[in-house]
Design a protein around this ligand. Structure first.
Ligand code: HEC
Length: 196
């Protein structure tokens, strides 16, 4: 008896109908993907995407870049801080900061450099407001070591020692509670642009 293995005529008809339905959905999906790809390529190839440092951000640029950075840091930032924020290490951090970071991130009570003023995205002025005192030092360490791609934030993993990167990270984490000697160091006049 083979009869009840094979679908009856009406069932076969529904099967064919469904198959067409699925093909239509797939075709629609494929065309949709192509259309989005064409729009994205068009946006970049016709020069509509912003390229000047002073231009407004791309749609979703800040959101997507922020999300990606957040996930990378959550995965990669060290939890344990290997050195203590002693006065000596904070002073060493302040030396490194003046030399490597102040040009972009500023110093307490001193004007922004021309370099900082012309960058996109703008480097946050770390001595205004709370700076990054509410970020775990491991997060700042990650940023200093790796940099932040497609921003002006350099990675210092190949140029500073691990100790120097921790010292500067601890300096920033304790930015609202620094010993006077360290504050004095940071307040020494600094200008890469010459007298203003
Ligand atoms: C050439 C400019 C430049 C230099 C030099 C520089 N940075 Fe940055 N930094 C940036 C920019 C631009 C950003 C913002 C990136 C973004 O928008 O995500 C940034 C972001 C940061 C952040 C994150 C701030 C926040 O609000 O989350 C920290 C922390 C930081 N930098 C620390 C440092 C330290 C420490 C140094 C020196 C060792 C340094 N940076 C040197 C340009 C610079």
């Amino acid at each position: 008896m083979v009869t009840n293995r094979r679908p009856t005529a009406p069932l076969r008809a529904i099967g064919l109908h469904q198959a067409f339905g699925i093909m239509k959905i797939l075709l629609g999906f494929g065309l949709g993907v192509l259309a989005v790809a064409a729009l994205v390529f068009g946006y970049f190839l016709t020069g509509m995407a912003p390229v000047a440092a002073g231009a407004a951000p791309m749609p979703f640029e800040r959101y997507l870049a922020g999300k990606a950075l957040h996930v990378a840091i959550a995965r990669g930032a060290p939890q344990d801080v290997p050195i203590q924020p002693t006065e000596d290490s904070l002073r060493a951090g302040a030396d490194t900061y003046r030399q490597e970071c102040a040009v972009c991130h500023g110093l307490p009570g001193q004007p922004k450099s021309n370099i900082a003023a012309g960058e996109f995205p703008a480097p946050p002025q770390l001595w205004q407001g709370k700076g990054v005192t509410d970020d775990p030092p491991g997060e700042t360490f990650w940023k200093v070591q790796n940099g932040i791609r497609l921003t002006g934030m350099p990675g210092f993993g190949k140029t500073l020692s691990t100790t120097q990167m921790w010292q500067v990270s601890l300096l920033l984490a304790n930015g609202n509670n620094l010993p006077d000697t360290v504050k004095a160091l940071l307040s020494r006049p600094y200008s890469i642009d010459g007298p203003k």
